[in-house]
Write a protein that binds this ligand. Structure first.
Ligand code: BES
Ligand code: MN
Ligand code: ZN
Length: 490
């Protein structure tokens, strides 16, 4: 699909379908819009009246224009209040425009939206993201993929001439988001620790990143007993992925992104029962998927920062080799863990990944994990929980998420709740009581980072959506790749 910013004003544009963004309570046609309406023989005013269009966010309408018109179809998309316009509103309005155009089988589209905050580059990037993410339809596992294929061939962004770099940046980031989506959506018989390692290999090859894959024996040598305990019942080999992007000159900062990578979480012997959503546990590598997605984006952008992408990838399965509930594991920092629940496996894999990252001498570590159902209970499906004791890091990550339109909410790191993880026999248990379950999970992880400013994102809710929502189609969302990229670049 050809995507371009052009100088042509909407009054002079000709083509198949013109989409105009309108603010709430500002739908009277004045100035160039009045002229445009005249040119379209009053169709625009009629459309607004007929559907009682008020410019509300999320509203849209489209109609055919008379046959002699330079524009065949005219669409309107509501942008809500002009005051406090958000980039996210533009992304979602773009999604509405693209969905209208698709439904109408348009091949060419002109989009005329206001510029956000006098920032044409950010506007062009956000609209590009809205387009690319809406158009991405994952039909890899459908036999009628051909019929569903995208028919849009050309989109022009009116008034955004000269924004090629921003459009390219948006497209690069979306390639990372789409990779993460496809990894999350693919089932556990397709995405395995082996294929995750192969995906990392492909990214490293294509964009020139350093890659180290630690096999089981090397993980054993490093004393990664927590990670290997989780892996021990699987027929598939665990893979510890460590990929590094290094800039040409001296890096401005060095950070690590650490993702939970359970390609399937059966729960282990504390097996997930009926109604537990076990069939969705292919998404339990959402953190690792976003980590690889961020690597793909950053590999293309080539910023002046060093970024380590880390994931301890395995399945949590059952067999005669499985961990017994109550087993005691020793992590690579020497801490002993009583596994009172084999379904709290993500934190065990992350423990060794965090110890590994902590030894790299970095400025910050951010981990992201589909860690707890408790976080979904607390914040629902659309918001990730953020835990960190570092206010500076919290500010950076919140700003990055805000720019991306990916919602996060800071949660309390309540040290007192560590009491719930006290063990009679070991240094700690891996599971605390049900109340505050997402907090004890964060406190568990905290035991494995000693040197480096660290933050934890529980992304159990937002990595997947059952229904189409804005620029997300049903399936993996690619959350929070765009936040990760913004944060790494900040
Ligand atoms: N992968 C799950 C968390 C999860 C739940 C992700 C729902 C996405 C949707 C995690 O490994 C898990 O099983 N957590 C348990 C922890 C409990 C045993 C302390 C949970 O949330 O029930
Ligand atoms: Mn689990
Ligand atoms: Zn899990």
């Amino acid at each position: 699909m050809d995507l371009q910013g052009i100088e042509t004003p909407r009054l002079a544009w000709s083509g198949e379908c013109l989409v105009i963004g309108l603010f709430e309570n500002a739908v009277e046609l004045t100035g160039d819009l009045a002229e445009l309406d005249q040119k379209l023989s009053g169709t625009l005013a009629e459309l607004i009246a007929e559907v009682e269009f008020k410019g509300k966010e999320g509203s849209s309408a489209i109609t055919r224009v008379g046959s002699n018109s330079p524009v065949r179809k005219i669409a309107i998309v509501g942008l809500g209040q002009a005051d406090g316009l958000k980039l996210e509103t533009l992304r979602r309005a773009t999604a509405s425009a693209v969905r209208l155009a698709k439904r109408e089988k348009c091949k060419a589209l002109g989009i005329s939206f206001p510029v956000w905050n006098n920032d044409a580059a950010a506007t062009a990037q956000a609209i590009t993201e809205g387009i690319e993410l809406t158009l991405h339809q994952d039909s890899r596992f459908k036999s009628d993929a051909e019929e569903k294929a995208n028919k849009l061939e050309r989109i022009e962004l009116l008034g955004l001439q000269g924004q090629e770099a921003a459009i390219t940046r948006g497209r690069q980031i979306c390639l990372g988001v789409i990779l993460a989506r496809e990894l999350v959506s693919a089932p556990a018989n397709i995405v395995t620790p082996i294929t995750m390692a192969a995906t990392a290999e492909a990214i490293a090859q294509e964009y020139g990143l350093e890659l180290e894959i630690l096999e089981r024996a090397e993980c054993e040598k490093l004393g990664m007993g927590a990670f290997l305990g989780v892996a021990q019942a699987s027929d598939l080999p665990p893979k510890f992925i460590h990929m590094t992007y290094k800039p040409a000159g001296t890096p401005r900062k060095k950070v690590a992104i650490v993702g939970k990578g359970l390609t399937f979480d059966s729960g282990g012997l504390n097996i997930k029962g009926a109604g537990s959503g076990i069939e969705m546990m292919k998404t339990d590598m959402g953190g690792a998927a976003a980590t690889l997605g961020a690597a793909k984006a950053i590999g293309q952008i080539k910023p002046d920062v060093e970024v380590h992408f880390i994931s301890a990838v395995t399945e949590n399965m059952i067999s005669g080799h499985a961990m017994h509930p109550g087993d005691i594991l020793t992590a690579s920092n020497g801490k002993t863990i009583e596994v009172n629940n084999t379904d709290a496996e993500g934190r065990l894999t992350l423990a060794d990944a965090l110890v590994f990252a902590d030894k790299l001498g970095l400025d910050a570590i951010l981990d992201l994990a589909t860690l707890t159902g408790a976080c979904v209970v607390a914040l629902g499906d659309n918001i990730a929980g953020l835990w960190t004791g570092d206010d500076n890091l919290a500010g950076q990550i919140s700003a990055a998420a805000d720019l991306a339109g990916e919602k996060i909410w800071r949660m309390p790191m309540e040290d007192k709740y560590f009491d719930g993880l006290k063990s009679v026999v070991a240094d700690m248990k891996n599971t605390g009581p049900r109340p505050g379950g997402a907090i004890t999970a964060a406190l568990f992880l905290k035991q494995f980072v000693k040197e480096t400013p660290w933050a934890h994102l529980d992304v159990a809710g937002p990595v997947w959506t059952d229904k189409e929502d804005g620029y997300n189609n049903a399936g993996g969302t690619g959350y929070p790749v765009r936040t990760l990229v913004n944060w790494a670049l900040s």
